[in-house]
Design a protein around this ligand. Structure first.
Ligand SMILES: *Cc1c(COP(=O)(O)O)cnc(C)c1O
Length: 331
């Protein structure tokens, strides 16, 4: 099988399993798992922040982050296509008592600065207190322009707001731009990063930021049921991923780009590719038909409506891309 549904489908490599086997562990709820501490410290340093927290998922990491920034009746500004608004089951509102203020994004994933500014509410008994701006990078695979990241976070700070980055694929953004990841993260108070996507760990995310906010998030993590015991087994995989699987993300980007170029040579396909994610529209044929065609040749993709999503990752080789191109050509 060639699985292009998501970069979450990767299996731990032999070297990663080895690192997991060798990891010293403790009880992380007693705060004495050395491998969890090693991961949290390394992630914080790698992402240019004071402290880090290891959590079960990106959803939990974003939620604990939002809850560290915002209290009951506070509000966060967010793109209405963002994961933290649309794909996290309303957790900020339901569990955090935080009101989302969703904003319409532009086609490139940015939100007009004027639109952000207009949504910041003044002190008034009628309004929720606007506390936080959250951005997402990459978003739908797109890298947010660095000048935009700086302008949007400057604007937020100017209005006294906190800033949170859903950086589920932050290393894809850094590698694609050829810049140190800290250039991106330094604009934000807190950053959430998935270890279980392109980086290839089986489970987990890290939240990084100032020690005070991370300590608060730690308490929320416990309340959310996210206290875990010999979590060092999983932290070892995350540490291995951060140490060995960052630079190679450029292979995924090159594979996705080559696939998009090949598909676009045929009139029936209209591929748009950013970093490791390729969106595919069909001219005059149905997406469901293509999904079936791929399935018959052992290739898995997903679709939403008339658009398919193909994602490259650690377990998709250059030869796999050759095969996908060959099968697509036979459609
Ligand atoms: C996957 C993803 C998340 C959530 O991660 P999970 O580990 O699946 O909960 C958050 N934000 C973005 C942009 C994502 O792609």
């Amino acid at each position: 099988m060639i699985d292009l549904r998501s970069d979450t489908v990767t299996r731990p490599t032999a070297a990663m399993k080895d690192a997991m086997m060798r990891a010293p562990v403790g009880d992380d709820v007693f705060d004495d798992d050395p491998t969890v501490h090693a991961l949290q410290d390394f992630a914080a340093q790698r992402l240019g922040k004071e402290a880090g927290l290891f959590l079960a998922s990106g959803t939990m990491s974003n939620l604990a982050g939002l809850m560290a920034h915002c209290g009951r009746g506070d509000e966060y500004l967010v793109s209405q296509n963002a994961h933290t608004f649309r794909y996290e089951a309303g957790g900020a509102a339901v569990l955090g008592s935080i009101q989302p203020q969703p904003l319409e994004p532009n086609g490139d994933g940015t939100i007009e600065l004027g639109r952000i500014e207009a949504a910041i509410k003044p002190e008034d008994v009628h309004f929720a207190r606007t506390r936080l701006l959250t951005l997402e990078n990459t978003t739908g695979g797109r890298v947010l322009p660095q000048a935009y990241v700086e302008a949007a976070t400057d604007l937020a700070r100017h209005h006294g707001l906190g800033t949170h980055l859903d950086g589920a694929r932050i290393f894809n953004a850094s590698v694609a731009q050829g810049i140190d990841v800290r250039e991106i993260t330094r604009n934000f108070d807190t950053v959430s990063c998935c270890l279980s996507k392109g980086l290839g760990a089986p489970v987990g995310s890290v939240l990084v930021g100032p020690a005070e906010l991370i300590e608060r998030a730690h308490k929320w993590r416990k309340m959310l049921g996210g206290g875990w015991r010999q979590a060092g087994l999983l932290a070892a995989a995350g540490l291995h991923a951060l140490e060995h699987h960052v630079e190679r993300l450029s292979d995924d980007h090159a594979n996705a780009e080559r696939l998009a170029e090949a598909l676009n040579r045929r009139d029936v396909f209209e591929a748009t590719q950013h970093t490791n994610i390729l969106w595919l529209k069909l001219n005059g044929r149905s997406a469901a038909e293509l999904i079936e065609h791929f399935r018959a040749y052992g290739i898995q993709v997903t679709g939403r409506g008339d658009t398919l999503r193909l994602v490259t990752h650690l377990d998709v080789t250059s030869e796999d891309v050759d095969k996908v191109i060959e099968v697509a050509d036979a459609f």
